[in-house]
Write a new protein. Structure first.
Length: 170
């Protein structure tokens, strides 16, 4: 402050007078500070707080769960609906890079970070583990005389990327 005679009092938008010229946590809007010195002289300072849309970062994330129990073929895609480029993306504690797409992920909880020159935002994403696939092998009846003739028997089931509920029987 220059001019006037100390001490000074300050009043924000007609509120309570205070000896501090600092007003914290002001929301977006218009403000008027009335200043009064020890001699009763007054002054007014008007200002506005606005959102700098260039420095706003609005983010989200979409995900795809792994297709089968234990697989690591899930993915997360970070999305930015508002933000100034260039943008960078990171998963958990990994390095920032240009790609918003994270592939080959297993079930679990992840934190995706999105940043530009002014802002840092994050999204929590959980990839869900699918249920185990279960399989009942068919019963095979072989006549008792087949064993003495040198027959052998083996049963094998091969499952690849099956995501069916319940039990599969054939």
């Amino acid at each position: 402050m220059t001019g006037g005679t100390a001490p000074y009092t300050f009043r924000l938008n007609g509120g309570t007078s205070t000896s501090s010229p600092t007003f914290d946590d002001l929301a977006i809007g218009s403000y008027v500070i009335n200043i009064r010195d020890d001699n009763g002289c007054t002054g007014t300072y008007s200002f506005a707080i606005s959102r700098d849309m260039l420095r706003t970062l609005t983010t989200s994330a979409t995900s795809t769960d792994p297709t089968c129990f234990g697989l690591t073929n899930g993915s997360i895609l970070a999305q930015v609906s508002q933000g100034t480029t260039p943008l960078q993306f990171a998963l958990n504690t990994g390095a920032f890079g240009a790609s918003p797409d994270f592939q080959n992920l297993g079930a679990g909880s992840y934190k995706v970070y999105i940043r530009n020159a002014w802002c840092l935002d994050s999204q929590f994403v959980t990839l869900t583990q699918p249920r185990h696939c279960s399989c009942l092998l068919p019963r095979i009846r072989i006549p008792a005389t087949a064993w003495t003739a040198g027959w052998s028997c083996s049963r094998r089931a091969v499952w690849r990327h099956i995501a069916l509920p319940g039990t599969v029987m054939w």
